[in-house]
Write a new protein. Structure first.
Length: 284
C-alpha cells in the first residue's frame, strides 16, 4: 500500500489550495541540492521527505476483530502503526523577499490545519479512520538538527520549515480466529475442608436451585434423625451469615468469611488495557 505516496499527494493538494492560493508556483518533493536548485527557473515550494520514524507513544496493543456475514469473528489483525514523516519545507524564487512571502503563507496554512482536511486526503487515506496530524516548526529532537540535514545535502543553509506529519500505516497481517465456544462454562470450587463442588453457568438461571434445596433438606433430616441423637453426636453449629468482610476484620477470625481477591492487568503503562478483578468468598 502506497501510504507515503498518498501523504505526498494530500500535502500537495493542501499547499496548492490554501497556501499558494492560485499562484503559479510549482510543488516539488526533490532533495534541495545545489544541482537541483541551479536548474529551477520558476517559483517552487519544495517538500523534501528526509526522515521517517514510528511514534511509539501512540502505538496501540489491542487487536481488531474482523467479523463475517454471520457476525462471528473470523479473523484478527493488529492495529495500524503511526509514523512521523518529517518534511523540509523550502521556497525557491529569484528574490529572498518572495521566498519569505511563500514561507509565511505556508506557515499560516499549516497553523490553520492541525489535522489534514478530509477533502484533501488522497488514496487510502480517504478511508482512514484515524486523523492525520500536522505539526509545523517544532523544535527538532536532540539527535537531529536542520543544519545537519543541509550539510548532508551539500547545500548552503536556507530558511525552512520543519513539517512533521503523523499518519497511520496499516499492517497487512491477519490471523484466523478459533471456532466459537458453544458449551457453557463450568466452575469447580474447592473448600478448605477438601470438598469439591461443581457449578455450571445454567445454575445462575435457576436450573440448579432445586437440587441444591433437596441436598440441604436431606442434610437437615439426617442431622435431626433419632439415630444421630442416640449416638450422642454433637450438633453442627449454624453456618456463618453471608456478609462481606468489614474494614479491618481479619479473614481468619472465627465466623468471618474467607475472601480471596486477584487482579489481572493487561497492556502497558502508557496504554493500559483491561483490568479484571476476581473476588471469591467462602462461607463454609
Amino acid at each position: 500500500m502506497a501510504m507515503i505516496q498518498d501523504v505526498d499527494e494530500s500535502l500537495r493538494a493542501l499547499v496548492k489550495r490554501d497556501a499558494l492560493n492560485g499562484s503559479k508556483a510549482d510543488v516539488a518533493f526533490d532533495a534541495p541540492t545545489k544541482e537541483w536548485s541551479s536548474r529551477r527557473n520558476t517559483p517552487t515550494v519544495d517538500l523534501y521527505l528526509y526522515d521517517i520514524r514510528e511514534d511509539l507513544e501512540l502505538r496501540e496493543v489491542m487487536w481488531e476483530n474482523i467479523r463475517g456475514e454471520s457476525g462471528v469473528v473470523s479473523e484478527r489483525r493488529p492495529p495500524p502503526r503511526r509514523f512521523k514523516l518529517s518534511y523540509l519545507v523550502t521556497a525557491w524564487t529569484q528574490r529572498p523577499e518572495d521566498e519569505h512571502r511563500l514561507l509565511s503563507a505556508l506557515l499560516s496554512c499549516f497553523l490553520r490545519h492541525p489535522t489534514m482536511p478530509t477533502d484533501a486526503l488522497a488514496g487510502a487515506l480517504a478511508q482512514a479512520r484515524m486523523p492525520i496530524l500536522l505539526n509545523i516548526a517544532l523544535p527538532p529532537p536532540q539527535d537531529r538538527s536542520i543544519s545537519d540535514v543541509w550539510s548532508a545535502l551539500g547545500g548552503e543553509l536556507k530558511p525552512s520549515l520543519d513539517l512533521v506529519i503523523n499518519a497511520p500505516i496499516p499492517v497487512n497481517f491477519r490471523i484466523p480466529a478459533g471456532p466459537p465456544v458453544l458449551e457453557e462454562p463450568r466452575f469447580t470450587f474447592i473448600r478448605p475442608n477438601g470438598e469439591t463442588q461443581s457449578a455450571a453457568a445454567s445454575e445462575r438461571t435457576g436450573k440448579g436451585k432445586r437440587s441444591a434445596a433437596a441436598s440441604a433438606s436431606k442434610a437437615g433430616a439426617a442431622a435431626e434423625s433419632p439415630a444421630s441423637a442416640k449416638a450422642g453426636a454433637p450438633a453442627e453449629p449454624p453456618a456463618a451469615s453471608a456478609r462481606p468482610l468489614k474494614p479491618g476484620e481479619a479473614a481468619d477470625k472465627p465466623g468471618a468469611p474467607i475472601a480471596q481477591e486477584e487482579t489481572v492487568r493487561s497492556g502497558k503503562e502508557r496504554q493500559p488495557g483491561r483490568i479484571v478483578r476476581f473476588r471469591g468468598i467462602d462461607r463454609a
